[in-house]
Design a binder for this molecule. Structure first.
Ligand code: URA
Length: 213
């Protein structure tokens, strides 16, 4: 349908692809990995905000008056899924410093791979804002589905999901539950392994970002 956002956008910009390769490399240090997530976060934010509304205001340049565009319409909420989603947040806030932040604390039960909530705090006016949910990895889809369920329960009704890497299974499951939430990702990998890791992937994004393993 014309005007409908793509359900799945894979960012094929050379800078994103290059940085993702560095992140996949197991010899990349924690400090570099963290810096790369921040940089890719910024580039993905650029894409995820491509359809923000603009309005024209009157300004004066040093040479003459003009009508110039500024952001208008709904304000943004970034919603990182703790803990790895926090890595993407800084790059996003670099580009949109006035955005609000909703924290969604979920961990993945290693046995069942199900998402378990341990923290949730969102802006009160989330229903009037655009929400961009952040998590580097869309693996089984369980945590992303649970996070979007929880944000919708809090009133969110205009959502997108941004990740670094997705599995084909995760994309299908997520859109099975939330068909109206577009996914923006740097790549869709081959598959999930038996432990729910994305293959070839980049390992555990949280551990690599925070140096916990
Ligand atoms: N979470 C990660 O950090 N990595 C994966 O491959 C899957 C889930």
């Amino acid at each position: 349908m014309p005007g409908e956002p793509d359900k799945l956008t894979i960012i094929e910009h050379p800078l994103v692809r290059h940085k993702l390769t560095l992140m996949r490399d197991k010899t990349t240090s924690t400090a570099s990995f963290r810096q790369l997530v921040r940089e890719i976060g910024m580039l993905l934010c650029y894409e995820a905000t491509r359809d923000l509304e603009l309005e024209f205001i009157d300004i004066e340049t040093p040479l003459q008056p003009m009508k110039a565009p500024v952001l208008a319409g709904k304000k943004l909420v970034f919603a990182p899924i703790l803990r790895a989603g926090v890595g993407l947040l800084d790059g996003m806030l670099d580009l949109v410093p006035a955005a609000r932040v909703a924290h969604v604390g979920l961990y993945r039960d290693p046995q069942t791979l199900q998402a378990v909530e341990y923290y949730f705090k969102a802006p009160e006016d989330i229903a009037e804002r655009r929400v961009i949910v952040l998590d580097p990895m869309l693996a089984t889809g369980n945590s992303t589905i649970a996070a979007v369920d929880r944000l919708k329960e809090a009133g969110a009704n205009d959502l997108k999901f941004v990740c670094l890497l997705a599995s084909p299974e995760g994309v299908d499951r997520f859109h099975g539950h939330h068909p109206n939430v577009p996914i923006i990702t740097a790549a869709v990998d081959e598959r999930l392994d038996d432990h729910g890791y994305i293959v070839p992937g980049l390992g555990d994004a949280g551990d690599r970002m925070f140096g916990t393993k």
